[in-house]
Design a protein around this ligand. Sequence first.
Ligand code: NAD
Length: 315
Amino acid sequence: MATCLVTGGAGFLGSHLCDELLLRKHRVICVDNLETGSLANIEHIRVPEFVHLNVDIIEPYHVDEPVDFVYHLASPASPIDYLRLPLHTLKVGSHGTHHTLGLAKKHRARFLLASTSEVYGDPKVHPQTEDYWGHVNPIGPRGVYDEAKRYAEALTMAYHRQQGVDTAIVRIFNTYGPRMRPHDGRAIPTFLRQALTDRPITVFGDGSQTRSFCFVDDLIRGIIALAESGEHYPVNVGNPNEFTLLELAETVLEVTSSRSEILHEALPTDDPQQRRPDITRARELLGWEPQVDLREGLRRTIEQSGADVLVGSAR
Ligand code: NAD
């Protein structure tokens, strides 16, 4: 049994990670100040191997027991959150990552940084391989998130190279599944909420921009495989099947048997046109690839969340 510390463990991805680590018989310390996460995501966990510490990682923090793995996921992740919390987002990526790397160093733990496909910005290379350096606007509204993650990656490599910390970096591409918040502004929960209430589905621009969507169970398997490997350089984890947002809207309509119509809205600033991971490294290093396709993942999201939860307060 290993002890795993999960920052952001009460968030969407973090809570699924806690579930899976406990299923694999590990002890889990969830560090989360509930800034964008929720106790509702972890209240079903009632085992002595799980503990939640309500701690803001922007301030220095300590854990008094041995730790073997540190999964560093804490950060606002949805545009709606990081546009509301720009300075907090920068501080979590900088101070928060500093403190968490320091903790991993002290405990001689393996450290995994949850980075993001946003480090590629609006990419000029397609699909994105890990050796692509990106095309990011540092002063645009999304810069607070993209640059915080780029800084966190640089910090992680510096702790590895200079301080000898055993580190890993996962670049996560769009992921969906149960426990996404209905109003968090991301495409899948928004479309599901709209479709399930037969309200118009709002697609930004003409909907020709592409994304690839990974079901959460696939992603969590990939993250744990990377943490348990000896790799130090970034690895993309995501689903390489690419869809236009219009195709996504149509698939949501089909899976929910909804009568909603599709409405087009203005494109947000710096919205990337294309996004698709090249997962050759994940396949070769970890033997990992996604197993759940979009229709199946959407069905599981609806089934496991319950339509009432997905609809939120929209009714
Ligand atoms: P989320 O907002 O649901 O979870 C983030 C968690 O971090 C929340 O529970 C929040 O309360 C916690 N947190 C924020 N600031 C904190 C602080 N100062 N101290 C302690 N806890 C704090 O987001 P998510 O979608 O689960 O994303 C988790 C991680 O994965 C993030 O680092 C995000 O950048 C990365 N990621 C997610 C996606 C995705 O598609 N969901 C894509 C790329 C990268």
